[in-house]
Design a protein around this ligand. Sequence first.
Ligand SMILES: *Cc1c(COP(=O)(O)O)cnc(C)c1O
Length: 362
Amino acid sequence: MTHQIAPQPGILDVIPYQGGESKVHGANRVVKLSSNENLLGPSQRAIDAYRRVGDGLNIYPDGSHAELRRAIGEVHGLDPARLICGAGSDEILSLLCQAYAGPGTELVHTEHGFAMYAIYGKVAGATPVVVKEKNRETDVDALLAGVTDKTRLLFVANPNNPTGTLIPDAEIARLADSLPPHVLLVLDGAYSEFVREPGYQPLSIVEGRDNVVMTRTFSKVYGLGALRIGWAYAPAHVIDVLNRVRGPFNVTAAALAAAEAAVRDTEWTEHCVIQTEIWREWLARELRRAGIESDPSHCNFICARFPDDATAKAADKALRERGLIVRDVSGYNLPGSLRITIGDEASMRGVADTLTRFMAAR
Ligand SMILES: *Cc1c(COP(=O)(O)O)cnc(C)c1O
């Protein structure tokens, strides 16, 4: 008989999340292209706002996040009363699981979906249900077929990570409108800012519906991953629930100040989006020329497909030897693929050059 206290059911089934690596043994200059961070960095105004917070560290932050919600509302044309902020969109995903999932319930996500959906679901005691994608694209009919009487949450990232693929808003709207009333659709927009597809307006899917929440982050295009700050736009009844579940001071004053400056600096955001698109399309073309395919990506990464897993792992090694760290996504059910964050010109030329030589030498 054991004398140790046992955690709640489900928690020991969790395999802890592995972040992108940041070090290579022996290499003195490394470029981290493994976590989809913005290598151009945040807005200078965000950095300045962050520094100013240093003068008042003894004072609790504004627990209502009013200024940041007002800024997000102004920039995106949203009602601040229907916004909530969290310590990364991760915290909001976790709050949703705590509030709506639990023992005896299920949550649905796609086969290559973000690992945290299943982790937070299991921690809450729920059972994750994985549905197939169609050629690495979200399949709405498969998602609907995965819904049962026990389903409470359905997670879709659009565009998706690690595939980079996007499905039309109309498909997401059809999904929302086909769900039974006991299911909440969580639309993860971690990469929404990068999408330049005409007509892409995912926040309008939340508008006028009672069953859709959209989560967003400051960790990707805004370059504030270190501060842990994200937000969600949701129906009023969901905001009310999440505000009861969250901690009163869940977001730091530094994160609030930097995020507010970042969201208002739309010029810098636009610059980062355009640079990302230029180098993403360039890299995809160079890799295709070298014999490495990828799906059209709407994110700040591409998911490069090698002939087989052994080749992908050897390519990963060749990149590491040049100090370039990318992400092996075999753990996302994508054996033979490497996810490469779009960085600056020098790092992209380094990746293209290394992989072109690698493929030619095989
Ligand atoms: C990066 C990422 C997030 C989490 O971002 P936070 O840093 O927690 O805001 C959520 N979903 C997807 C798909 C991501 O790639």
